[in-house]
Ligand binder design. Structure first.
Ligand code: ARG
Length: 469
């Protein structure tokens, strides 16, 4: 291959080919264009062009006739794209030049005036910000639906006891509702991070032009407000080279994906034949082609798996940006595919998780039986020794531990030990001890703010219902 030396006679680029003698190498034609992916920003690109055009007319940079012709042409292009009637050309590199070239074909020379006082550098930053802003609004709605699904399960199971774990070892009884509400809090923070990102993102790059601003008397406040930005970005160099909003979105997306992955992992474990804590619906599981008994939690596994590529998009974008001098560098064209993919997959994961949660059936009997296994009320026993006998907690911990060892040796639960057996270890123990050894008593007693007592859980459910309303 010798495309580098044997170029055909110049097929000079229509948009910027003035100073070129030769056309691009074949491999250049493959590495350079972004149209295959940035066409997803067509609506944002056209919105940005409309705002820019109206502003140029208002500022007297463009005549009203040219402005009207441009706005009419952009309208036609939007309709063509939406109808699937638009012929994208890779030789025109990206969405910005594809739209402009089509505009020229539609309205002639006036099209060439649209690019006055702007550059593809501020254009792409504007389009991408608008796209990410829409993605934030979509994911916020999705996360809210997921919170509602969790909230509904929490309400149904505010009293359903289950084992709470640390190290995946049975630790203390909690309620299934309390466990669901933990995720409501997590996804609430994810929404908060997305909202913060949206706030910081919402400054308009448009009018920063290539990097230095422009000599035309433009009105950046006007384009900013037309596009729903809070204000124009204050530094033109920063405006065209800032991709913080992409990195910040991907950071928030990665944390949300990790939360989703942890929930998916729990559903994966809980739905196994060994646990049987929950049953996932047929709608979110698959069968095995060889083992007829199987019901595989594929949706949960994919949610867990996709967290990897979402975090990968964050890592890739951070690495892509880390060495770039100001202002625009073409490296930054690599920001889009990763983010689009992360956004698509995050939205898919959130929707699939909301579906799984809404459909799942918690197995109350299995959860209750498991809640008492593994001596989960040993802490309640120690607390009783502190509260009733006034023993220091460390000593009480030791006594309770000895009783666990005894029960383990006998192969029974703490509540199955006789009073005499307990008194041999600690003579002060009375019949009253049995009131704290049941798992229901245990959860009931955790009345501290944020604790698992059903009343406390119901308070949190009520607070969130109000917030989501
Ligand atoms: N396709 C480019 C991107 O995705 C648009 C900006 C190109 N600007 C430039 N000066 N080459 O980032």
């Amino acid at each position: 291959m010798n495309d580098n030396t044997n170029n055909p006679p110049a097929r000079a680029n229509l948009m910027w080919g003035g100073r070129f003698e030769a056309g691009p190498a074949e491999v250049m034609e493959r590495i350079n264009p972004s149209i295959d992916f940035d066409r997803r920003m067509y609506a944002q690109d056209i919105a940005g062009s409309r705002a820019h055009c109206s502003m140029l007319v208002a500022c007297g940079v463009l005549t009203r006739e040219d402005g009207d012709a441009i706005l009419g042409g952009l309208e036609t292009i939007l309709r063509e794209i939406e109808a699937g009637d638009f012929a994208y050309d890779r030789a025109l590199e990206d969405i910005h030049m594809n739209v402009e070239a089509r505009l020229k074909a539609l309205i002639g020379d006036a099209a060439g005036r649209l690019h006055t006082g702007r550059s593809r550098n501020d254009q792409v930053a504007t389009d991408f910000k608008l796209w990410v802003r829409d993605a934030i609004d979509r994911i916020d709605a999705g996360l809210k639906d997921l919170q509602s699904a969790l909230l509904a399960q929490a309400e149904t199971h505010a009293d359903t006891v289950m084992p709470g774990f640390t190290h995946l070892q049975a630790a203390q009884p909690v309620t299934f509702g309390h466990h669901m509400m933990a995720y409501v809090e997590m996804f609430g923070r994810d929404r908060g991070r997305m909202a913060d990102c949206r706030k910081r993102l919402n400054e308009s790059p448009l009018g920063a032009a290539a990097l230095a601003g422009t000599s035309f008397p433009i009105d950046r406040d006007m384009t900013a407000s037309a596009l729903g930005f809070d204000r124009p970005a204050a530094n033109s160099l920063d405006a065209v080279s800032d991709r913080d909003f992409a990195m910040e979105y991907l950071s928030a997306a990665s944390i949300a994906a990790v939360h989703l992955s942890r929930l998916a992992e729990e559903l994966f474990i809980w739905s196994s034949a060994q646990f049987r804590f929950v049953e996932l619906s047929d709608a979110f599981t698959t069968g095995s082609s060889i083992m007829p008994q199987k019901k595989n939690p594929d949706a949960a596994e994919l949610v867990r798996g996709k967290a990897g590529r979402i975090v990968g998009a964050l890592n890739g974008t951070l690495m892509m940006m880390k060495g770039l001098p100001l202002a625009f560098c073409k490296d930054m064209q690599e920001d889009k595919e990763a983010l689009f993919d992360a956004a698509d997959n995050l939205e898919l994961c959130v929707a699939a998780t909301a579906g799984m949660v809404a459909d799942l059936k918690a197995n109350k009997a299995v959860l209750a039986a498991a809640a008492g296994e593994g001596f989960t009320t040993a802490t309640d026993l120690a607390d009783w020794l502190v509260r009733v006998l006034g023993r220091p907690f460390r000593d009480a911990h030791h006594v309770s531990g000895s009783l666990v060892r005894l029960a383990e040796k006998k192969g029974c639960g703490l509540e199955d030990l006789s009073l005499a057996e307990m008194q041999e270890v600690e003579s002060g123990i009375t019949e009253d001890i049995y009131t704290v050894l049941g798992v229901e008593n245990s959860t009931q007693s955790r009345q501290s703010y944020g604790g698992t007592a059903p009343e406390r859980v119901r308070e949190q459910i009520a607070r969130w219902k109000e917030r989501l309303a």
